[in-house]
Each structure stands twice: as structure tokens, then as C-alpha cells.
Design a protein around this ligand. Structure first.
Ligand code: NIG
Ligand code: FE
Length: 417
């Protein structure tokens, strides 16, 4: 299919965008793109492509922006139940971490997820996957972490693997057995840390290799935070995961600066996420590494907090910045990357162009897929969006509405017109 006459075709050409380079959209006016099968064959002006490929099936994108599908670098897509009652407690002044310390928060979703019927768990997750696809996310990282016991954690990973195969949304899984200390280990967090290292990680690796032999190992993530996994426990888990061959991620400095960002850089993690309270020296360490800094503005927004990821500091230190939604039932029930872009423009000081690059090519780097997705270039996967607007600056400017008219995923058209 040949898409032609796009007002603006955002190619995001030229690889990941570090530091001050962030925001190069590579715009072609009156742009066109040809894809065959799952891959992009050619990108150029309408005139060039219509004359070079005169016999293709056509899609008229007049008045539309054509751009890469959004890559959501961080979600907790799979869980059962909700925490609406806790939102009311938070409105009355209880903090997120106080609720968790009292056995609610993540632990509340662990309880509902452990007992959910597998079909129900899958149905609730499928519904969210469908919704974010409709908002233009073509690939999403997705974490387990509401099981906190091997059997349930494997069930969550299995749902993610199955939905990836069944749905157009491409799902990149992460094992987050270290999401919090489960109730039954409340008095002995170190024993749970040891269990994750000695039993769960090797078992996840075995299970993965026998169930999903064609895929690389999932990421391993840990919630490094005061009252959850401290820095030494986080190091223990990530170092063990690395030894077993897993690629790494970390939840760092969401509420307090424990040093997780620096740890991520030291261990060669693929990404360090949240980074709200990160110190200047940790920002420098991170920016000097290949670890991608992932900002998640829906989280402070969802919690009603005032501090956001210091994007400008990360960029002036020449760091690699990406964005994600953090879609989860506690802090941010939102998987709309258009809203993430609008928030990042207002709270992190990004321009719309920077936020777009952070949600496409750089977000692809946060899940090690920058060679396959995140930009519109010959040979890459045909994952693209056709927006209902002719100027990309409407992203960021408008918010809460859906500008996506059609999605193409692996060369298959989903027209929502
Ligand atoms: O990224 N910080 C840890 N995990 C999630 C919240 C998960 C939850 O509250 O259920 C986050 O904000
Ligand atoms: Fe998260």
C-alpha cells in the first residue's frame, strides 16, 4: 500500500536522539510511504513515490500527519480489579506510600490479581490493550508484578505473551517479581529478595525458554524505593538477573533518591524509569551511559504531585530521554500517549517535537527495538499512524481527545474513520 499526500510525514529518521539533538522529526511535506508485507519499502515525497510505484493500492492521507506508531516504554498492563476506593483515601490526604505500607496499594491489586479467573484477567488486560492501540500505541512494554509468587507471575507473563500473539498491539514483556514485598514476607523483606534471586529468576528463565523459545528473554525490573527494595536489594536482584542473561530495567527515584539511576548506569540497564527525585550527580552518571532515561509524567499527575522528571537537566547532560505512560491501577490509569505528550510539554518543559521523538524512536531504544520500530525508514516495520490533523503541533496542544484516524501495524491497516 502506498500512503500519499500526507501534509506532514514525520520520519524521525537517523537513529536515537540524544541530548540537545532531541526533537528532529525529519518532516517531509506532501509525504508518501510505501509498505509491502510487514516492512516499509520506500519513504519520500508524493511526487517521487507515485511515479516510482504507479501500480500500488493507494491511501489518500490529504490533510493528515503520518508518523511512527507510539512506543510506550513503560506499562503495567496486566492486572485484575481496580483501586477506586483508594483514590478516595488519597483525596482525603493519605499518601500513596502510606497506603502501600498499610497493606493496600500494589498489595491490594496483588490480592485481586491472584484470585482472578484466568479468563477474566485476560479479558480485563485485553480491553486495555485494545484501548491503547486505538490511541496509537503500536508497541508497549508491559510488566508482570501483581503476582509476587512464581505461579501468578508466570500466569501474568503468559497473558502478555498470548495477547501479543492474538492482538495487533505488540507487547514487550518485563518480569517485575520485585514490584513490592508481598504480605507474607512483610517481616522479612530480605528473604523475599533472596527468593526472587535464587528461585524466581532461574524459574522464569527456564519457563521462558521452554514456552517462548523464539523470543529473547524478557526484561527484569525492580521497584527501588524507600520501604520497597532498598539499593542493596535492588543491586542483588539486578546483578543476578544480569548474570542469568536478562536485560535490565529499574523503577528509580519515584519518591526518594536512593541511587537507583546510578545503579542502572553501572549495571548497563537498558532503561531507568521515573527519575523524579534523581540527584544532579545521578543524572550525570545516567546521561553518560547508554541507559535510556524514561519519564512518566502521568504518575506525578495521577498522584497530584508537583515534581516531574527533570527533562531539561537530562538533555543538557546529553542523556537519552524517552517517555512512557506507566499505565497501572494505582498511580496512573492512563495509556494514552497523546496525553503523555501533552503532559510532558506542560510539566517537563519539552517541545512537542521533543516529546514525539521521546515517544517513538527513543522509546523504542528503551526496549532495545530501535532498529525495528520508532521511525519511518526503509526496512523498518510498517508501524504508523495517520492523524486527523495536518500539523504535528496539534499533538501536545490538544489533549484528552484522540487524534488517531488510522493505525497500521506490521503492514495491516486498522481504519477507525
Ligand atoms: O510505576 N512504582 C511502582 N509501580 C507503579 C505503581 C503500581 C501500582 O500502584 O499498582 C508505578 O507507579
Ligand atoms: Fe511503573
Amino acid at each position: 500500500m502506498l500512503i500519499h499526500s500526507a501534509s506532514q510525514l514525520l520520519t524521525l529518521y537517523g537513529g536515537t536522539q540524544r541530548g540537545k539533538k532531541l526533537g528532529e522529526l525529519g518532516i517531509i511535506s506532501n509525504g508518501a510511504l510505501l509498505f509491502r508485507g510487514e516492512k516499509i519499502q520506500a519513504v519520500g515525497t508524493t511526487k517521487e513515490l507515485l511515479s516510482a510505484f504507479p501500480k500500488e493500492e493507494l491511501f489518500d492521507a490529504r490533510g493528515c500527519v503520518v508518523m511512527p506508531g507510539f512506543v510506550d516504554a513503560h506499562t503495567h498492563l496486566v492486572w485484575a480489579g481496580d483501586r477506586a476506593a483508594e483514590f478516595k483515601m488519597r483525596q482525603k490526604g493519605k499518601s500513596y506510600m502510606e497506603i502501600l505500607a498499610a497493606g493496600g496499594g500494589i498489595l491490594s491489586t496483588v490480592r485481586t490479581t491472584r484470585i482472578a479467573e484466568p479468563t477474566e484477567l485476560k479479558a480485563q488486560t485485553r480491553q486495555r490493550a485494545r484501548e491503547i492501540f486505538r490511541y496509537g500505541t503500536t508497541t508497549a512494554e508491559a510488566k508482570s508484578g501483581y503476582g509476587l509468587q512464581l505461579s501468578t507471575e508466570l500466569r501474568l507473563l503468559e497473558v502478555l505473551v498470548q495477547l501479543d500473539a492474538e492482538m495487533p498491539l505488540q507487547i514487550v514483556p518485563t518480569f517485575l517479581g520485585a514490584h513490592t514485598i508481598p504480605e507474607e514476607f512483610k517481616e522479612n523483606p530480605q528473604a523475599y529478595t533472596d527468593l526472587v534471586c535464587e528461585q524466581m529468576l532461574p524459574a522464569v528463565k527456564d519457563w521462558w525458554q521452554s514456552h517462548v523459545p523464539n523470543l529473547v528473554l524478557p526484561f527484569v525490573d525492580v521497584f527501588c524505593e524507600q520501604g520497597v527494595f532498598n539499593l542493596s536489594q535492588s543491586r542483588q536482584i539486578l546483578a543476578k538477573a544480569k548474570k542469568l542473561g536478562f536485560p535490565l530495567k529499574i523503577h528509580a527515584d519515584e519518591f526518594e533518591n536512593l541511587g537507583g539511576a546510578k545503579l542502572a548506569a553501572e549495571l548497563g540497564a537498558v532503561s531507568a524509569d521515573h527519575l523524579v527525585k534523581t540527584s544532579n550527580s545521578d543524572i550525570l552518571a545516567l546521561a553518560a551511559s547508554d541507559t535510556v532515561a524514561v519519564g512518566l509524567p502521568c504518575t506525578p499527575f495521577g498522584l497530584g504531585e508537583k515534581d516531574y522528571t527533570p527533562a531539561k537537566k537530562i538533555l543538557s547532560a546529553e542523556g537519552l530521554l524517552a517517555l512512557g505512560s506507566d499505565l497501572n491501577p494505582g498511580t496512573a490509569w492512563c495509556g494514552n500517549m497523546q496525553f503523555v505528550i501533552a503532559l510532558a510539554c506542560r510539566t517537563m518543559g519539552l517541545t512537542t517535537a521533543q516529546a514525539i521523538a521521546a515517544s517513538t524512536i527513543n522509546a523504542a531504544a528503551a526496549i532495545s527495538l530501535q532498529d525495528q520500530i520508532g521511525s519511518l525508514e526503509k526496512g523498518k516495520q510498517a508501524d504508523l499512524l495517520i492523524l486527523n490533523v495536518g500539523d504535528y503541533r496539534n499533538l501536545g496542544y490538544r489533549f484528552g481527545m484522540n487524534l488517531v484516524r488510522a493505525v497500521i501495524k506490521k503492514g495491516k491497516l486498522y481504519d477507525f474513520k
